[in-house]
Write a protein that binds this ligand. Structure first.
Ligand SMILES: Cc1ncc(COP(=O)(O)O)c(C=O)c1O
Length: 400
């Protein structure tokens, strides 16, 4: 089956919401993936910040295979050890005083957070605040909180009062949040907007504002969590703790799992029967997440992520090219900033040369490789980047 055969069948049988993706992948090994035509690529996007251990990591394979063979599913009518172990492990990494609800995806983690903060809110609280250009998922509650008008507006109204403020602007947030606010939903760095960090001190300012007004502080670390920035969680770099934390993506290393973590009074805010999910906390997904956390620890991947991230940033900054404006981000979560809106061409020309990167906005490409990437692999990409940029410029000129 060739890529083009598969793409044709995809188009005929799958809904058109993703368009037809240009490449059909069949195999992954470490940081490399292969397409249906046998072409090899360096995977610099990791399934959008998901495959943190790369592809086919023996620890993940073993944990998943063992759990699938032992007990693949229980539902939540029964306790199983993996979910308890994983919750305990996360609470340990977060510093205690917390409880966890497991989901299957990021958007479900945010839906759980939404219900949790509504349950915990006192009387008179009726609106939410979130950031312009923020992204929290595609299901209705998460979408209502998503600050990208083009993807939210066609599906409203949502029956929720959500007020949007500019990302990273503490003054605007302070104006927007008072004692009638249920919760503030934010990402520490906006991933889908193009890896855009908030200014230093912003999270601490949000924490103080929420303490003052009694609004809950929900931090969406679905993209930034589980080592992506070189910390277990991005907020730990700023020594700030939210009231509710949501996780997914890198947590399962490729298996679908998300988590909503409530701290302090939010740990026990749900009453029995308030929420549930048939597959949430599934034993196989929990076994995968335990293997991810264990491997990040045993292989020293937090420190490695910091070192590799700095190397990547430094080497990108060292390239002098008219299409390249620079980079931003932290750890192995970076944006290549362009001087012109040619990101789609850059993505395409990178793929032609065997590199998978993601055009996240017209003038920005996202790089979020497996955390196990090596300096040699970064070097190969950096060496090819000027040629990729030349080819993208040429393609853009031809198109005009
Ligand atoms: C910050 C953030 N929140 C939520 C989501 C939604 O996660 P999922 O696609 O698993 O529903 C994403 C996905 O990109 C995300 O980046």
């Amino acid at each position: 089956m060739t890529s083009s055969d598969l793409r044709e069948r995809f188009e005929a049988s799958l809904m058109p919401n993703y368009g037809v993706p240009p490449i059909a992948l069949t195999l992954g090994r470490g940081c490399e993936v292969y397409d249906a035509d046998g072409r090899q690529y360096l995977d610099l996007i990791a399934g959008i910040a998901v495959s943190s251990l790369g592809h086919g990591h023996p620890a993940l394979v073993k944990a998943v295979a063992h759990q699938a063979a032992t007990l693949a599913h229980t539902s939540n009518l029964f306790v199983h050890e993996r979910e308890v172990q994983l919750a305990e492990r996360l609470i340990g990494l977060l510093g205690g005083d917390a409880k966890v609800f497991f989901t299957n995806s990021g958007t479900e983690a945010n839906e759980a957070a939404l219900k949790l903060v509504k349950r915990a809110a006192g009387p008179g609280r009726h609106y939410f605040v979130a950031a312009e250009r923020g992204f929290h998922g595609r299901s209705s509650g998460s979408l209502a909180l998503t600050g990208k008008d083009s993807i939210r507006e066609p599906f409203g109204p949502f029956g929720m009062d959500v007020r949007f403020v500019p990302h990273g602007d503490l003054e605007a947030l302070t104006e927007a949040v008072d004692e009638h606010c249920v919760a503030v939903f934010l990402e520490p760095t906006q991933g889908e907007a193009g890896v855009v960090p908030a200014p230093e001190g912003y999270l601490a300012g949000v924490r103080a504002l929420c303490d003052r007004t009694g609004a809950a502080f929900v931090l969406d670390e679905i993209q930034s969590g589980i080592g992506r920035t070189g910390e277990w969680f991005a907020h730990q770099g700023e020594a700030v703790r939210p009231d509710v934390l949501t996780l997914a993506k890198g947590l399962g290393g490729g298996l679908p799992i998300g988590a909503c973590v409530g701290f302090g009074r939010f740990a026990d805010a749900f009453h029995k029967g308030d929420h549930g999910s048939t597959f949430g906390g599934n034993p196989v997904a929990c076994a995968a997440a335990l293997a991810v956390i264990e491997t990040i620890e045993t292989e020293g991947l937090l420190a490695h992520t910091k070192v590799m991230g700095d190397l990547l940033a430094e080497q990108i900054e060292g390239i002098d090219h008219p299409l390249l404006a620079g980079q931003r981000g932290s750890g192995l979560w970076r944006a290549l900033r362009l001087t012109a809106p040619h990101a789609a061409h850059v993505q395409e020309q990178a793929a032609v040369r065997g590199f998978l990167i993601n055009a996240v906005s017209p003038d920005t490409l996202r790089i979020a490789p497996p955390l196990v990437i090596t300096p040699e692999q970064i070097g190969v990409f950096i060496e090819a980047l000027p040629t990729v940029l030349d080819a993208a410029e040429a393609a853009a000129t031809k198109e005009q």
